[in-house]
Write a new protein. Structure first.
Length: 270
């Protein structure tokens, strides 16, 4: 795989889970990192969100690769705060080449607040991430790679009738629309835009009592086959990071406008 030496990656939701794995993988490939996470709780989310200590752990892991990192606490729902966090990274690291809009929540059994929060974080937050990033990519004139984190739930209709779960599926489908439009809008600048669609990944967003309870409720309400085609129950964060690293590299220099499942055959099974 082509290396990422001299490049800088901006990653949201970087304090743990997929975001942390992506930061470490891209750093291992030579990129410096601008890492952002909210590091605060959102009331509708029934499991603990990342902490400042989690973000500090990501910083250490990235530094252990020999890469530089600027870490900032910011809420992707707040475009001004997100822009300031990105600018702090640019002030120190000098450029931007890769954007990974990874921040997301899963308040699946929450009510109306869950719907609003998941749309605000998982869809509007992705929009904000692209919007604050693209002016810098365009101004540099060197192209770039933007990867939006969706889900298998952004390609197929799985879930429950809970407002939070409906909002999750709507937001993850909406990411595909954002990706396809931005891929066309930014192609003239040689900026590539793609989305990744993981099946269940062993992260704190999935591996918690609330999400397990929600999955159990699906089986009771309307049985759905939530499994993968390949004989693996959950993926690891590094599996998603590997796909993101490829999309960010020059090995994928002509890949744009693609919704890439990283799902052990989950979508194809349906």
């Amino acid at each position: 795989m082509a290396g990422l030496q001299g490049k800088v990656a901006f990653i949201t939701g970087a304090a743990r889970g997929q975001g942390r794995a992506e930061a470490v993988r891209l750093a291992s490939d030579g990129a410096d990192i601008i890492a952002v996470d909210i590091c605060e709780q959102i009331a509708s989310v029934p499991y603990p969100l990342a902490s400042a200590e989690d973000l500090a752990a990501t910083v250490k892991l990235v530094k252990d690769t020999g890469a530089r990192i600027v870490a900032q606490q910011a809420d992707v729902r707040d475009q001004d705060a997100l822009n300031k966090a990105l600018q702090a990274g640019l002030d120190e690291l000098g450029r931007l080449d890769i954007v990974v809009a990874n921040a997301g929540i899963a308040p699946m059994q929450a009510g109306a607040d869950g719907w609003r929060d998941v749309i605000d974080v998982n869809l509007t937050g992705v929009h904000h991430t692209v919007e604050v990033s693209t002016p810098h990519l365009v101004a540099q004139g060197d192209g770039g790679s933007i990867v939006l984190t969706s889900s298998v739930a952004g390609l197929i209709g799985v879930g429950s009738d809970d407002p939070g779960a409906i909002g999750y599926v709507a937001a993850k489908h909406g990411i595909v629309g954002l990706m396809r439009l931005y891929a066309n809008l930014l192609a003239k600048h040689s900026i590539r835009v793609n989305s990744v669609h993981p099946a269940g990944v062993d992260t704190p967003m999935i591996n918690n009592d609330a999400t397990r309870a929600w999955l159990g409720s699906i089986a009771e309400k309307s049985p759905q086959d939530m499994g993968n085609a390949l004989p693996v129950q959950v993926l690891q964060p590094e599996d998603i990071a590997n796909a993101v690293a490829w999309l960010a590299s020059d090995d994928a220099r002509y890949i744009t406008g693609v919704a890439l499942p990283v799902d052990a055959g989950s979508v194809n099974k349906r």
